[in-house]
Design a protein around this ligand. Sequence first.
Ligand code: C2E
Ligand code: CA
Ligand code: CA
Length: 413
Amino acid sequence: MQIREFDMTTRRELFAGEVLYSQGEPSDCAWLIESGAVELVSVHGRRITRHGVLRPGELIGEIGLLDGSPRTDTATACGDTVLLAIEPDQFRERLADGDSIVRALVDSLLRYKQSVIASLPADAPLPAEDVPCDDTDERSGIEKIRLEAQLRDALDQGTLEVRYQPIYDLLESRVSGYEALVRWELPGRGAVSPAEFIKLAEETSLIVPVGEYGLARVIDTLSALYRTGGSEPLPNIALNLSARQLVEPGTARQILARVQEAGLPAGMLKLEVTESRMLDYAQVGAVMRHCREHGIPFALDDFGTGYSNLTHLHQLDFEFVKLDQAFARQMFDSDRAMTIVEAVVAMAHGLGAAVICEGVENARQLQRLRELGVRYAQGYLIGRAMPAAAVLSGEAARAGAEAVAGCIPALTM
Ligand code: C2E
Ligand code: CA
Ligand code: CA
């Protein structure tokens, strides 16, 4: 399967006086004003009505998008203006996934609007569909739509970055792999945490292109590692995938096809699946089985936190369990905290999985985890997420090994 290209022009720049859309045109897209201003004017016979000027952070044209009615006014840029396109699907998906009562209310409001318009005399000016807003709830909704549109733009421009955090193998005393973590630098806002934008992307089908983007970058990095690997044991890279992504039709097929096209040996690409989002265990289990039969190992992410459902765990096959960083952070807080870490590690081992502990920040944690039989450690002690170049040059692995070697005296004390 082909990686779907994001070919939509998501950003539009207008000069002063340029028309965004004209009255009577079909409503095929809504817009969010990034900078500048847009004036709305309608013409009915000889009468010209000025409906006002919309400014940055405001939406234009969303109502027409919902009910498919033609533009009721002409939108013209007042000065140099930048807009982000909002695809019809962004609204429709949210509505379709939303509460059925809210859906019914929106439908009924749209019908009401159409009946009011139909009852007006033919030459009456229509009310503008866009009015400036000051409502904070609406503002926070718009902020979300804005972030979503900017994420689309970032995908379009290829400005998301995938970084790689080293994972240290305590048995073989080397960095044996990396976790791919996506990063988004937003101009004017700084780094947006994947914790925020992955959640947002998951609320719509945007998670599909985000996932495809991550997969493509990881396959590129793995291919380069494979080509230049020599006789060294090849490192693996783990890609994060929510259970929702995993069961999305075509995802597993696409991942397997990409691995095959690149000719990667089994085990080089790993998948990390977040347990908290596994809703249909039978379905997730079937996809996981299919992938692992084709040489893709699985790690169960954030084990022991969130919505872990122990009664369904036996339905899933996984080679690795990732202990959430909360365990490493709290293990020395009390005997009870340590008992829980020991029990979770024992359970993972009992299920036949190797344990990767996240959030390892100091030598004391590393030492205790090693005593418990934990095989892999990941965290700032070993290294932060680094650019692909540091993985390809071997620098990330060297730095990780040196950091662990630096605490060997402490470990053997
Ligand atoms: P995660 O999979 O649990 O990733 C580990 C997070 O812990 C990362 O945050 C990482 O930077 C951070 N971390 C690593 N070592 C340490 C440490 O020693 N101390 C502390 N305090 N934190 C540490 P990040 O990169 O912000 O990622 C947040 C979450 O976003 C990830 O959690 C993962 O669930 C999700 N994510 C990241 N990239 C992707 C992606 O490509 N696809 C999907 N579906 N989710 C992703
Ligand atoms: Ca992860
Ligand atoms: Ca995790």
